[in-house]
Design a protein around this ligand. Structure first.
Ligand code: ZN
Length: 365
């Protein structure tokens, strides 16, 4: 149920972002490796054909494409993306970490449920299917919390996972969600974790470190703790970190805030129908889907009504506050792009607005 059909230029931008994600191979940061995936060469060819047609400038090779994605914001490509709400800050490759930006993943995916549409698609669908078939809601919650709380697993961590009764039925899938720690995160035989999201930081050129998640970057570098590099270390794959670990921070913060208000909160009810189900003494039940996306227009365009199983009285799409500080037009762009909001199927709110609304609802009751 997309709000608006995709234009040719939007499609091209999506193919471009997909090619960059393919190039990065979903795993090894800073490694745009040979042989190049077919998608990258296809985008170079498509852009060249388009340039011939309209006299625009186009990348001459895959390395040239990569350089441009790093240096040239999307607004300055010969693509008409005005309707997509891109800004001059939007580049597909992060110039600090040399890995695909969060926005790049969003463009590459561009679907209502990014997590279910990734290459890891099959993994997540497997988890959801297994939990639904065997009626294992606790296993699903344990799986989500594992990816949020422990994006890095060492031998001890892995041992705890294998002895967790809730994770047990999902072990074979959990194993596939984690990959050996890529060499690009190692400096001086050490991995440094992010003090905010617990993901590995990327060593930067000047001897510093950078987190790949937009929110951590916005809030400023906070070092976690160093871990000696070893073959036993595993890390959740990057798309899972972008679409599960990252927004997981906002989801669990809301859980804490609502619990502090003495409200009953169910996380990922009915095996991920939505993210939070909050019950009020008044009888109101709020269904909340938390999204931490760079692009309000892609999010708005692909946002659909939340499924009413379990049922609710009010539905919300919620975005962490820092996105508003980043882009004051975020809510406006989202609302303009979202048919479902205009149809009154759900409301849009930033995290703090939702908490404020919950307090108000409590006072009203
Ligand atoms: Zn971080």
């Amino acid at each position: 149920m997309l709000g608006r059909p995709e234009t040719e230029d939007q499609l091209l931008a999506r193919l471009l972002a997909t090619a960059i994600v393919d190039l990065a191979d979903h795993s090894a940061p800073a490694m745009f490796k040979l042989p190049y995936p077919a998608s990258a060469q296809r985008v170079v060819d498509l852009l060249a054909a388009r340039a011939l047609h309209c006299g625009a400038d186009a990348p001459t090779s895959v390395p040239d494409l990569v350089r441009r994605c790093q240096e040239i914001p999307l607004t300055r490509w010969d693509l008409d993306l005005a309707a997509s709400g891109v800004t001059d800050a939007d580049v597909l490759i992060d110039p600090v970490t040399f890995t695909p930006s969060q926005l790049c993943y969003e463009w590459a995916v561009d679907a209502s449920d990014a997590t279910a549409d990734l290459i890891e698609n099959d993994l997540l669908l497997d988890v959801i299917a297994t939990c639904r078939d065997r009626n294992l809601p606790h296993s699903y919650v344990a799986f989500r919390r594992l990816l949020i709380e422990q994006p890095i697993l060492d031998q001890m961590g892995w041992m705890k996972v294998t002895t967790d009764q809730h994770l047990d039925p999902l072990l074979h899938i959990v194993r596939d969600c984690y990959q050996p720690m890529p060499a690009a995160y190692v400096r001086d035989a050490t991995i440094m974790t992010c003090g905010r999201c617990r993901c590995p930081l990327i060593p930067t050129l000047g001897g510093g470190w950078a987190c790949e998640l937009d929110r951590c970057r916005w809030e400023g570098l906070k070092l976690g703790h160093p871990i000696p590099a070893s073959d036993d270390l595993h890390v959740a794959s990057r798309p899972l970190r972008v679409f599960i670990t990252g927004p997981g921070r906002a989801e669990t913060e809301l859980e804490k805030a609502m619990t502090r208000l003495n409200l009953r909160v169910e996380m990922w009810p009915n095996i991920d129908t939505y993210d939070l189900r909050i019950s009020f003494p008044s009888g109101q039940i709020w269904a909340v889907d938390v999204k931490d996306r760079a692009s309000p227009s892609i999010l708005g365009r692909t946002a659909t009504a939340l499924r009413a199983n379990p049922p609710y009285t009010h539905a919300f799409y919620v975005v962490p506050d820092y996105r508003k500080a980043q882009r004051e037009d975020y809510g406006r762009v989202f609302r303009a792009a979202s048919q479902a909001t205009r149809d009154g199927e759900f409301e849009f709110a930033f995290s703090s607005e939702l908490i404020k609304a919950a307090r108000k609802e409590l006072r009203r009751a």
